[in-house]
Design a protein around this ligand. Sequence first.
Ligand SMILES: NC(=O)c1ccc[n+]([C@@H]2O[C@H](COP(=O)([O-])OP(=O)(O)OC[C@H]3O[C@@H](n4cnc5c(N)ncnc54)[C@H](OP(=O)(O)O)[C@@H]3O)[C@@H](O)[C@H]2O)c1
Length: 345
Amino acid sequence: MQEGNRQWRLVSYPEGMPVETNWALSDGVIPEARANEIVARAIYLDVAPYMRGRISPQRNYAAGVKPGDVMLGGGIGEVVQSNAKQFKPGDIVVTDFSFGWQQYAALKSSAVRRVEPEIASLPYWLDALGLNGMTAYFALIEAGRIKPGDTVVISAAAGSVGQIAGQIAKLSGCRAIGITSSQEKVAFCKDVGYDDAINYRAEADLVAAVARACPRGVDVFIDNTAGVIHEAVMQNLATHARVVLVGSISLAGKFGQPDVGPRFHRQTLIARATIKGFLVSDYQQDQAEARQRMAEWVKAGMLKSKFDIAKGIENTPKAFLRLLTSQNLGKQLVQIADEPKARST
Ligand SMILES: NC(=O)c1ccc[n+]([C@@H]2O[C@H](COP(=O)([O-])OP(=O)(O)OC[C@H]3O[C@@H](n4cnc5c(N)ncnc54)[C@H](OP(=O)(O)O)[C@@H]3O)[C@@H](O)[C@H]2O)c1
């Protein structure tokens, strides 16, 4: 009997915090590869905070998913059919956005990269060697213009972007301070190399906690969350600080509404700070070189990631919701099938 293609389709735009019933699991057909396409069988699917913005009718930097559509997302898969000369059945490939929450996907060859398991195990290609690795790298090095000796504060520090960013900051000679939600995650941040980490849920006065951890002020702030963490760090900026707005996950439950809070006009003026909105796709042309550099660090054991892996396509929305409720530690993925055994050539 021919296997089907189980797919998660968006049913409705969430009102506030997404819930599992915003999606429904359906049975689809396994697609055929057209010219310059491959068909891949999912091994790992990505879930990531940016997906919150894609399941909303609000204005965004990229097109969203409409009710009825298969949910978008990156993934790693094994090629099972190829109509593209660069790929053959058995190859392992990764795509940043095009896989979708499904077991099989037809993918344009231009939208996939080859996974090289001899450089790093498969999950790394959706983490340090994927979008989030590129985000951490370019947010710090290009947008944040980090230099040795800088104090760098990173929020969502025990997540995917956060764990990578902390390590890159250290490899670049900076002092890295993480902000995260529990003592377990604080300990994890210190294990991966952060000089110090703050549990934002345990601090009655987060402004003072940041001041204690950053006595000379914050030179670079990688803001992954917005909200109260943003407020606390903005009141601790050093002269000529660079604030990089990377994500706003704390607003996932009130998407499309303003982030209400104090304004930082005067703090920004006094510090002559720069505030920059960041989008990793703006650095597309430099990503191959950055990925090469990251791959060398990973291969040399200088950059390591922790993974939080849910199992089975039926758990994909649950895994996504873990991100929005601080349950993940390290990079959250969903494993859809066993990894293929290494082939001898
Ligand atoms: N702009 C870009 O191009 C780009 C590209 C990739 C990622 N990003 C952004 O980078 C950020 C991290 O993404 P990721 O994939 O690495 O996810 P992640 O950090 O692995 O997971 C999300 C984390 O967000 C934190 N969080 C959830 N709700 C929160 C709240 N109410 N207040 C504060 N923190 C909260 C949690 O960490 P705690 O346990 O610390 O609360 C959670 O573990 C996201 O904002 C994402 O949108 C941006």
